[in-house]
Ligand binder design. Structure first.
Ligand SMILES: Nc1nc2c(ncn2[C@@H]2O[C@H](COP(=O)(O)OP(=O)(O)OP(=O)(O)O)[C@@H](O)[C@H]2O)c(=O)[nH]1
Length: 760
């Protein structure tokens, strides 16, 4: 390792050891996680000494350096920590499989690879060279050497070389986790430092920029960098460090880094002007500053690590508990008690999930009982509410039903039989969704049963299988009575159409409403006709006549409005004739309401008796096999259809509400609550049997293995938690500018001294 004075607090071995310790903890607990350390980039103008600084920090001679432009592609240097037993080595990404042990060869390859991409004549490329250095003495950290900022294009450089290089540098240093070493040579004007200017743009708060002043040894005679280092020229939050790297001559004479560091120390010691600025002078001080930042970074991530380990501990403890203690005692009593305990815990857990009292309740989705409620309300009820009871009933259907119901006579009024037939048909449609709802709930209960105590029962797969069988059968048995009940409910509704139900619209109101509807539609039709067809009065009166011809009072209307008033009369006589709500009394009250046309039709199609009458010369045509209702199209018919629909809707509404209420009740009673009440008893009746204990409590081998591994992990995590607790990190709150003397020193981590002098 580097011979660096203790005062210089060389380069964070503290951090290496800390990170190694953490890595140990991670590997012990089998975790792949590592601590992501910030990456460090050097920025500065050409030949300012960036590569030299980086090399001094790494402590190895391997970067091309010189008076001319040397770094022409970004060099991403990944330091990788390896166990002490392994030798140091390096690998380039572009040369997979080739390992370097000689660092001068590494330099040669960097140069060659730079030429391959950027040409041999000062060309610059933003394509990275990636080099990995494996060593027991390094942290897993990434350092980036960047091409220097240049103003005037030379060689193969394009005319916009300056902006290209600036963009390239910016892309690295703008990343918030990048520490910036802003390198400025002491023999240039700091106020014009490109490095500080770019760092200021990328890191305006100065939280991650360290100013590095190089070439203190070759300043003009009579000048010094005191004011620069004190931050009096350009203040910098983390302050400046002055360094003396190897000169070109040193490089040519192969002066080692080790010697160079000794010379640097001597330089600062022999210059009284810098003697009071010890903490701002020398590569070791620079490393120290970086160490502090890294230590702080680690300190900042430690609480998160602790929290993660502690969470894993809790989970592991739970898992461990789920494997239970080894059931050594085969005695029946012990086994029986264990089984009883499991059965009642399972039944309780099942009930808790259904009732929504489960501890591990999800907050991201509905579960258990809430899903049951959702099925009832948002699926079942909502679907029923969306059904239009007249949806698949055409006017033709209704007309056919009415005509069929009147039998051999032509109808005078709308009879109530078709209403009953049609409403029954609609009620029967409710059976399928109701049964489906029960099946959904059954499926939910099955799901709940599978989710119950999954981890706890892992160790007894035979018992689990038996329990699944029992609860599966039990739920299936519970489904049957619910389905029977549901069928009964629908059959009850179909069996007796309670037209006295207080919420039922009743015949009179339906009729009134239907007449109202028909009237308004007739008036508007007539108006339309008058306006659109003034010249065809005779045709219009013909139409009216055909409508009127069907009315019982025989009066002939001249137009549609009159026809409506005729219906009124008929209806009025109907309503005054009798019973309280009375479809029959309203619609079934007369028998002479036969239209001329219908009579004609009847003669032809519907009334074979009449066809036997007189003349032998008249031949009747055969009635067709399938008879359709006579094609009446009149207001009477419109009223009949409208009344039927109104009645249907009104009654269906009553039934729908009953069904929406009763079906969930039936399912809850016969299926859900019954399962809750009886599950424990059913389990005991089926499973608490001496002859089954042995078989049910068999523990598969893998459980024993899992329990063992879980125990080991648990111990490792407990140890890791204690280790983390004991890491002797102290608070590092001091500002790092020159004005804050580093009295607190490095974080007190045992055995940690150096960080960047890793290869010494
Ligand atoms: N005397 C003296 N020479 C130095 C110092 N730092 C760097 N040099 C010399 O300055 C020249 C440039 O150094 P590099 O480290 O290559 O500079 P760079 O900024 O990486 O250069 P580019 O990558 O080409 O931009 C080399 O010849 C170094 O030996 C120093 O502190 N003192």
């Amino acid at each position: 390792m580097a011979a660096v004075s203790n005062d210089g607090a060389p380069l964070g071995s503290t951090v290496i050891s800390l990170v190694n310790k953490l890595q140990d903890i991670f590997s012990r607990v089998g975790s792949q996680s590592t601590i992501d350390l910030p990456q460090v980039a050097v920025v500065g103008c050409q030949s300012s000494g960036k590569s030299s600084v980086l090399e001094a920090l790494v402590g190895r001679d391997f970067l091309p350096r010189g008076n001319d432009i040397c770094t022409r592609r970004p060099l991403v240097l990944q330091l990788v920590h390896i166990p002490p037993s392994k030798p140091e080595s390096a690998e380039f990404l572009h040369l997979p499989g080739r390992t370097f042990h000689d660092f001068s060869q590494i330099r040669a390859e960097i140069q060659a690879e730079t030429d391959r991409e950027a040409g041999g004549n000062k060309g610059v490329s933003d394509k990275q060279i990636r080099l990995k250095i494996f060593s027991p003495n390094v942290l897993d950290i990434t350092l980036v050497d960047l091409p220097g900022i240049t103003k005037v294009p030379v060689g193969d450089q394009p005319s916009d070389i300056e902006s290209r290089i600036r963009t390239m540098i910016m892309s690295y240093i703008k990343v918030p986790t990048c520490l910036i070493l802003a390198v400025t040579p002491a023999n240039s004007d700091l106020a014009n430092s490109d490095a500080l200017q770019m760092a200021g743009n990328a890191d305006p708060d100065g939280h991650r920029t360290i100013g590095v002043i190089t070439k203190l040894d070759i300043m003009d005679r009579g000048t010094d960098a005191r004011n620069l280092l004190l931050g009096k020229v350009i203040p910098l939050r983390l302050g400046y460090v002055g360094v003396v790297n190897r000169s070109q001559e040193d490089i040519l004479t192969n002066r080692s880094i080790k010697d160079a560091l000794v010379a640097e120390e001597k330089f600062f010691r022999s210059h009284p002007i810098y003697s009071g600025l010890a903490d701002s002078c020398g590569v070791p001080q620079l490393a120290k500053k970086l160490n502090k930042i890294l230590a702080q970074h680690i300190k900042a991530v430690l609480p998160g690590l602790k929290a993660r380990i502690s969470a894993s501990l809790v989970n592991l403890a739970k898992e461990h508990a789920s494997y239970g203690e080894i059931t050594e005692s085969k005695a029946c009593a012990g086994q029986g008690a264990l089984i009883l305990n499991i059965l009642s815990k399972y039944s309780d857990a099942f009930t808790s999930i259904v009732e929504g009292k489960n501890e591990a309740m999800s907050t991201s989705e509905l579960s258990g009982g809430a899903r049951i409620n959702y099925i009832f309300q948002s699926i079942f009820v909502r679907s029923l509410e969306e059904v239009d009871p007249c949806e698949d009933l055409t006017d033709d259907d209704i007309r056919t039903a009415i005509q069929n119901a009147t039998g051999p006579r032509a109808a005078l009024f709308v009879p109530d039989v078709p209403f009953e037939v049609l409403v029954r048909r609609q009620i029967s449609r409710l059976l399928d969704p109701s049964l489906q709802c029960a099946r959904f709930i059954y499926d939910e209960l099955m799901k709940i049963s599978h989710r119950c105590m999954v981890t706890e029962l892992q160790r007894f797969p035979f018992l689990r299988k038996r329990m699944d069988e029992v609860i599966g059968n039990f739920l299936r048995e519970g489904l049957e009575p619910s389905e029977t009940m549901i069928t009964h409910i629908i059959e009850m509704e179909m069996d007796y159409i309670n037209t006295s139900h207080p919420n039922f619209i009743g015949g009179s109101k339906a009729l009134e409403a239907a007449v109202q509807q028909t009237k308004s539609s007739t008036v508007s039709k007539v108006k339309d006709a008058v306006e659109s067809d003034k010249g065809s009065a005779s045709e219009r009166s013909g139409k009216s006549r055909s409508i009127l011809a069907r009315h019982a009072n025989g009066g002939m209307a001249d137009h549609g409005v009159r026809a409506s008033s005729d219906i009124d009369k008929v209806l009025h006589s109907g309503t005054t004739s009798g019973s309280s709500w009375g479809i029959s009394s309203i619609f079934g009250g007369g028998d002479n309401r036969v239209s001329v046309k219908e009579n004609t039709n009847s003669k032809h199609h519907n009334d074979p008796v009449q066809s036997v009458l007189p003349s032998s010369t008249i031949h009747l045509r055969e009635p067709p096999t399938v008879l359709r209702p006579s094609e009446r199209s009149s207001e009477t018919l419109a009223v009949e259809i409208a009344v039927t629909k109104l009645l249907l809707r009104s009654y269906y509404e009553i039934v729908r509400k009953n069904v929406e209420d009763l079906i969930p009740k039936a399912i809850m009673h016969f299926l859900v609550n019954n399962t809750k009440r009886e599950l424990h008893n059913v389990f005991i009746a089926n499973l608490y049997r001496d002859d089954l204990f042995e078989e049910m409590l068999q523990e598969p081998n893998e459980i024993a293995v899992k329990r063992k591994r879980c125990r080991e992990l648990l111990r490792a995590y407990q140890q890791a938690f204690r280790d983390l607790d004991e890491l002797p990190l102290e608070a590092e709150t001091a500002e790092w500018g020159h004005s804050s003397p580093e009295t607190t020193g490095l974080p007190k981590i045992r055995g940690l001294r150096n960080f960047f002098y890793v290869f010494y």
